[in-house]
Each structure stands twice: as structure tokens, then as C-alpha cells.
Write a protein that binds this ligand. Sequence first.
Ligand code: FE2
Length: 383
Amino acid sequence: MDLITRYQEVRRRTEKICSYLQTEDYVVQPVVDVSPPKWHIGHVTWFFETFILKPYFMGYEEFNPDYNFVFNSYYETVGNRVIRTDRGNLSRPTVIEIYSYRKYVDEAMANFLHDGISDDVKELMVLGFNHEEQHQELLMTDIKYILGHNPLFPAYNAEYAAPHFADPASDSFIKMDEGIYEIGFTGDGFCFDNELNRHKVYLNAYEMSPKLVTNAEYLEFINSGGYHDFRHWHAEGWDWVKNNKVGAPLYWHNIDGGWHHYTYHGLEPLHLKAPVTHISYFEAYAYASWKGLRLPTEFEWEAAATRFNWGQRWEWTESSYLPYPGFAKAPGAIGEYNGKFMVNQKVLRGASEVTPPGHSRITYRNFFQTNLRWQFTGIRLAK
Ligand SMILES: [Fe+2]
């Protein structure tokens, strides 16, 4: 696929996700981790404008010089910005103005790409596509948080359907031999810098569950008092449970004794067979401990991943988010993409039902802090 077509497809997909929103849905920021949809659609546009049009398109005129302040996310190299907690205070620029900004940048990009570009810029374009796809997933999870924390529990889209995943043929754990395994990206396609360099890791013999933990199974943990037994929790996790009065995954509501959860269709009785989701690392760890099992490391996950179906949930691993041997940050602002977040986070592997098609890989490393639950996180057990 040529770059112009790929660009247009990525941009269109973002707008399709937002097409189910009302104007008011674009604006709110209920918690710090959830950005208003209007900010996302401006920020991904800013990314193409800042890293491609401004440095490489001769004569390009910025749409609005104030937008760098508003739509820069975390790039210190690129200057001052609105602090993250204040994104929900941006009643201006308006949603209409931000769509005009998108159109302006899209037209400039079409003109720019028309004349052909160097390999360096091509690489930045592909990074821009992958960046916008990451924000498409964030749009889906942030919209879920915004609507799912509205007391009226409005549906996002009645036609939303999660991709179908077949059950594994057997529940038996997959046996993996001890030995040396190669970890990390290899090949000619795109990967993020955090998937490099490919390197060898020694693993003891281990076993992986072929399936994810379901809501029904997680309910057993709740009903057996899992949230009230300190023995299953890290000290930090136990404090988190008590301080936040946590007793179930995010979006679960016990109504007159029956469990419900918020979905893109609105509030529904809990889907018992669906894989549990919207749980923190603390909860994933506690559940595994209660079962007398454990979470896999990210290396165990990657070495075994061709032997099970993945892609429904971001699977918490026992691994801290650290650089691989020989990891090097790119020079300039792009070097701020991943490396500076390699502290106090856990790695998640796989992908989720709202990850854009074609965005995931076996070597992909997602990462979040241990208390966060608004992504489609899940549990795969190991022993
Ligand atoms: Fe971003």
C-alpha cells in the first residue's frame, strides 16, 4: 500500500471511532489518565505537523502557533505544553476548529507526499501511523471511561462487536522446555525501539495456560473473599485496595445482588464467559496467588505465544518495563517516545479487542503502572 493511501486510511479510522460521539463527549476528562477525545484528534494531527510538515515541507505554514502548546503530549524537546491534568479544561479550540486543523494538515500531507519523500521521512511517516493507531486504542478506552462513568451509562455504539476468538481445544497448560530463547523484534517491518535489540534469554521449564481467566472464574475469587485477604496481595496492592475501596474490576456494578458491567452497549448483566478485563496488575497478581499460580514473565509469554490465541486482552506480565540489552534512544524528540517511561511500570503483552487491526505483534511491549485499569487488561496464568 502506498503512503498516501495508508495515511488516509489511518486518519479515516480515527474519525470513524469518533463518529459515534456527541460534541459534549469530546470535551471531558474525568481522570488524569483519560484524555478528552478532542485532545487525541488534535494531538495525532500535531504529531504529523510537528515531526514531518514543519521540518521537511518547504514553505509549510503552521495552522495555529498556539496549538503546539495545546497538543504537545510529553515532548520536552518541543517546548512548553498544557499540563496533562488540564486537558479537560480546553473548551477552546472547539471540536469544529480541531476538525479544520485535521483537514488542513491532511491537505498539506497529500501535497507533501505527492512529490515523493526520502527514506528518513518515510520512517517518520510509519511512526506517525503507528502513533495514531495507539491513540485510536486510547480513544476507545477513554471514550469507554467517559461514558462508563456517566451515571446514565449511555451506549457508545449499539453495533459494536468484539472480534470473535475461538476457545482453545484443551484447557491443559502448554508445557515449555527449559532452554535459550530469542526475544525481541527481527525482520524488515516496523517495530518500536523498545522491542530492540533481539537477544537470548534462558528460561527454566514452565507452563502457560492456553486461555485467559474468565469473568466467571474471577467472580469465584471475589466470592471467596479475595479482596479481603491480605495474603494474596503485595503491600502496595493491599493499600490500593483499602484506600480505593476496590472490590471488583473497573466497570462492574452489583445491582440488587446481580453483577453487571458497563460495555460499549451500555450497562449489561455480566458476560460470564468473557475474559475478565479492566483489572490492575495488583489484581492480576492477587488472583494468580489465590489460584496458587503466577503470572508469566514477558519472555515466557513471547517464547510461548505461537502456541495460544492472543489478542483479546493486554496480558499483565511479571516483568518490569526495562530496556533490552543495547537499547538506544533515537536522537532528538523522537527519542522521548518510549525510553523515558522505563521506570515503575509493568509490561503487558498481546493486544486487546480495541487494538487496531494489524497493529500488534508477538514482540510488542505495552506498559502501564500497576494500579491502572482503564485499558482492556487481562490475566493468563503460568506455573
Ligand atoms: Fe501521543
